[in-house]
Ligand binder design. Structure first.
Ligand code: PAF
Length: 251
């Protein structure tokens, strides 16, 4: 039975007497097969597994996006249970931010590109909450999906910069049968949009350049925030109706 810990003090008390390794999967809930992959990997590689479910308001620059973020707590708890999660950390905003976000973790370079350029303050919010979560859960290993590749790189950078005592484990993006990267936001796509959405993956894998991929997506009705090649990776963010989707692939 997964234990539900509803506050930082309950989380700390649970962690205090635990021996063996702890694997940690931080999420904002609305769990899907991509999260399940992270949990399974954590289960395989650790004695204990902690999953957190916390829709973190400080990483949403758009209040509408925060309000519409899917919430499926009951299903999420069931998935945790089914996959052998030992503890689910499910705190509220007031207790996670007793300082009302006066203190934050910032990165001043890579976090300003790509998603950071289009979502001001997003990565400050992500890094700050992940730092809080790491301090409470004190994991040996923490698992992040490569779908959010920029997030994964920035969290790794934070762990290195602050000499944090844990390993960040990347897990490959899980895709639907038609190539669409699994995302909690996919459930918000209308039927017609869902049919077009796999064009994102197709465009970034099949185009010779970022410009070509952008043109293909625009022709299909996407509002493209960016398609950018950095190093050996191509990154994309594009809106379909009200839903903003991101993806990346190795090129
Ligand atoms: O990837 C997410 O779900 C979130 O950004 C994270 C890492 C749980 C922080 O809120």
């Amino acid at each position: 039975m997964s234990e539900v810990l509803r506050s930082p003090s309950e989380m700390k008390a649970w962690r205090k007497d635990k021996v063996g390794t702890v694997g940690f999967v931080p999420t904002m809930g609305a769990l899907h097969a991509g999260h399940e992959e992270l949990i399974k990997r954590a289960r395989k590689e650790n004695d204990l597994v902690v999953l957190s479910i916390f829709v973190n308001p400080t990483q949403f620059n758009d209040p509408q996006d925060l309000a519409k973020y899917p919430k499926t707590w009951e299903q999420d708890f069931a998935m945790a249970e089914m996959n052998g999660v030992d503890a689910v950390f499910f705190p509220n905003f007031e207790e996670m931010y007793p300082d009302k976000y006066r203190y934050k973790v910032s990165e001043n370079d890579y976090s300003l590109l790509l998603d950071g350029a289009h979502r001001p303050g997003h990565f400050d919010g992500v890094l700050s909450v992940v730092m809080k979560l790491f301090n409470l859960v004190r994991p040996n290993k923490a698992y992040f999906g490569e779908k959010d590749f920029q997030q994964l790189s920035l969290i790794r950078g934070m762990v290195d910069a602050f000499f944090m005592n844990l390993e960040v484990i990347p897990v490959a993006t899980v895709r639907e049968h038609d190539g669409l990267a699994m995302s909690s936001r996919n459930t918000r796509l209308k039927t017609e949009e869902r049919k077009i959405a796999p064009a994102i993956y197709k465009a970034i894998t099949e185009s010779k350049s970022a410009e070509e991929a952008t043109a293909k997506l625009q022709a299909q009705g996407f509002v493209v925030d960016y398609v950018t090649d950095i190093g050996s990776r191509r990154f994309v963010a594009a809106k379909l109706g009200e839903v903003r989707l991101i993806d990346n692939v190795e090129i």
